[in-house]
Ligand binder design. Sequence first.
Ligand SMILES: NC(=O)c1ccc[n+]([C@@H]2O[C@H](COP(=O)([O-])OP(=O)(O)OC[C@H]3O[C@@H](n4cnc5c(N)ncnc54)[C@H](OP(=O)(O)O)[C@@H]3O)[C@@H](O)[C@H]2O)c1
Length: 342
Amino acid sequence: MKLTSKFPALMLTSESVEKARPTDEQNRCLLESVELEREVLGTDGVLVRVVYSALNYKDALAASGNTGVVRKYPLIPGIDAVGKVVEPGSSAFEFGEIVLIANAKFGTSHHGGFASFARVPEDWLIRLPAGLSLEQAAAWGTAGFTAAQSVQQLLNHGVTPELGEILVTGATGGVGVFAVQLLAKLGFSVTASTGKLDRYEQLLSLGAAKVVPREQVVDLSDAPLLKSRWAGVVDCVGGLTLNSAIRATHVGGCVTACGLVAGHELGLTVYPFILRGITLCGIDSANVSREYRQQLWDKIASDWSLDVRNVSTEIELHQLPQQIEQILNGSVFGRIIVRMPE
Ligand SMILES: NC(=O)c1ccc[n+]([C@@H]2O[C@H](COP(=O)([O-])OP(=O)(O)OC[C@H]3O[C@@H](n4cnc5c(N)ncnc54)[C@H](OP(=O)(O)O)[C@@H]3O)[C@@H](O)[C@H]2O)c1
């Protein structure tokens, strides 16, 4: 079967990128709604009808002309996609199989998920585990997977609920809401730090034992070590927050780092590592093996399953530009999932 009709997508064009300047609010959102011929996706690989995509911070960077994320235009962004196989080609997948797409190139150098169709190499596809709906998988998406990876690293490094409090920073963000819920489900006492004073109740209802203003976990002194507060940390924001968290972690504790919304510099001494034996674990969700990815998704669908309804909001494709502005301002709660047009 050859599909030739047009499909809706949001595309980044080089014309609008050239116009963009970081300070130019008018040209900041560079996505354009377009009707594309399916030939744009090429003919190699498996064709997936995208049912849901989701908005990640990285997509917002791509949509604001960040050349560290997207180097070549035009491009359909969207690093997450869940859908049905419609042209399996010679792959091991069958027509109608439900899959999610995950690869570092998807939505950054290869057309991504903000479109009704995606065509990708077979090894970028993960079969959706039983027990997870398409909608739930989109809600977890890259952000939820990153939270799961972070929690897994704490467990791998021997952090247990008996050892003390776990700090989750950027707690109302996509990664944060999943980290809070998952850690609470596993019996940890979670301190959630947030800049959103109006979201305390929601964080408590997700399982946080305590919610604190984000300023309370940042120490501006240059003390190499701080009073130890955390058995473990899931840091989603970087910068001085991560710096302070590392200095305030107990002997033998573990800190995971996945994000940079508060800054990309770290500026630390070696003392937390050589006097407290702290482990700093970098989290890179894009470059994990397919086997590891499938295993973690299987866990997400079973032992680690969560109720995602309170942490996800469904929108349509045309509403994405507004949400991109919001995620860049740090004002989104949880996950934005995008239902694709039929
Ligand atoms: N390494 C990886 O593989 C990987 C994967 C996914 C995401 N990430 C990165 O992880 C980070 C979080 O992702 P996300 O999906 O959770 O993003 P998100 O939904 O935009 O959430 C980020 C949260 O950080 C907090 N925040 C925003 N600006 C801040 C600032 N200036 N200082 C302190 N806190 C601030 C806000 O939460 P509060 O208002 O609650 O404080 C915001 O909701 C991003 O940098 C993203 O690129 C990395």
